[in-house]
Design a binder for this molecule. Structure first.
Ligand SMILES: C[S@@+](CC[C@H](N)C(=O)[O-])C[C@H]1O[C@@H](n2cnc3c(N)ncnc32)[C@H](O)[C@@H]1O
Length: 281
């Protein structure tokens, strides 16, 4: 290659290095059929870093100096598609859970919800709106939502809680008026979650494959449209951890195309589509 000429084609050896790294770091399973998508998502990183080809990039991202770049890599490779009240039947179940927990909440007991793989936050804000609709005094109770994601960029977006009008589909006019402040963005109106909504949610970075620092158990865990990017071994490793993190009468919600294979053998029973509960003996 002559000096100054770049070749931004993802070669098979670099693909393997990057795929192995992504798997080790985050559980993402990258298949060769997706090589051109991976190439186009990572090209801006090579340009940003002034690297000439993927061989240089894969060497850098795997090196000791590449710690920060590994986060950028995962961020570029993860799929962050989400929207408010996605797979709404889970929020209908959440309404019932809240109603059932109200006496405990009034008696000072805690209720915890976890949006695991929260992306840009719409899942957590949808849960917060559901809580406030059923329980307007939520702030007075020991009632909180934890929202986590491996990708620091989506976590800071979610924490800001500002959504362009086109991202607000699924939030009714009444809910918009009640829980969001309307402002102006560049081209279109922006809706920013009001403090009463934001204050219910704690956003944090968390890799689901790393140890979970949370203490106490969750009433409801949303882990939807996350494990679909993991292989069976990684998924199977997660189920017992979710079981341990749930209250004995808790709920685990998965995405529409995700399933726990043989749930009973792992201590779960099925409780509606993509909804699981710990088996009670
Ligand atoms: C498609 S979004 C799903 C968002 C939301 N749960 C929903 O269903 O609309 C998948 C999210 O999982 C996150 N993710 C992928 N691997 C992860 C891991 N190992 N630990 C935590 N989050 C992860 C991605 O960063 C992404 O934001």
């Amino acid at each position: 290659m002559s000096a100054g000429v770049c070749d931004l084609t993802l070669d098979p050896k670099s693909f393997r290095t990057i795929a192995d790294l992504a798997y080790r770091e985050s559980g993402l399973t990258l298949v060769e059929e997706k090589a051109s998508m991976i190439q186009s998502r990572l090209r801006p990183r090579l340009r940003m870093l002034g690297l000439r080809d993927f061989a240089q990039y894969s060497a850098f991202v795997g090196s000791d100096a590449g710690t920060d770049e590994r986060k950028q890599l995962i961020s570029a490779l993860t799929t962050n598609v989400t929207h408010f009240f996605r797979e709404n039947h889970h929020f209908k179940t959440l309404e019932k859970v809240i109603d059932a927990r109200l006496p405990e909440l009034r008696a000072g007991k805690r209720m915890r919800i976890w949006s695991a793989g929260c992306s840009n936050g719409q899942e957590a804000y949808s849960a917060a709106m559901t809580l406030l609709e059923r329980c307007p005094k939520a702030a007075e109770y020991d009632l909180r939502i934890l929202a986590t994601d491996i990708d620091p960029q989506v976590v800071s977006f979610a924490r800001r809680g500002s959504y362009a009008a086109r991202l607000m589909d699924g939030v009714s006019e009444t809910l918009r008026k009640t829980y969001f402040d309307r402002g102006t963005g560049g081209q279109e109106p922006m809706f920013t979650a009001k403090p009463e909504l934001k204050n219910l949610i704690h956003f944090n970075e968390l890799n689901l494959l790393a140890p979970w620092p949370m203490r106490g158990s969750f009433d409801v865990i949303f882990c939807r449209n996350v494990v679909i990017y993991f292989d069976l071994a990684t998924q199977t490793g997660l189920w017992p951890r979710f079981l341990k993190a749930l209250r004995p009468d808790g709920h685990l919600f998965l995405g529409h195309s995700e399933r726990i294979a043989a749930p009973e053998s792992l201590g779960f029973c099925t409780d509606g589509p993509t909804s699981y509960r710990p088996l009670t003996s």
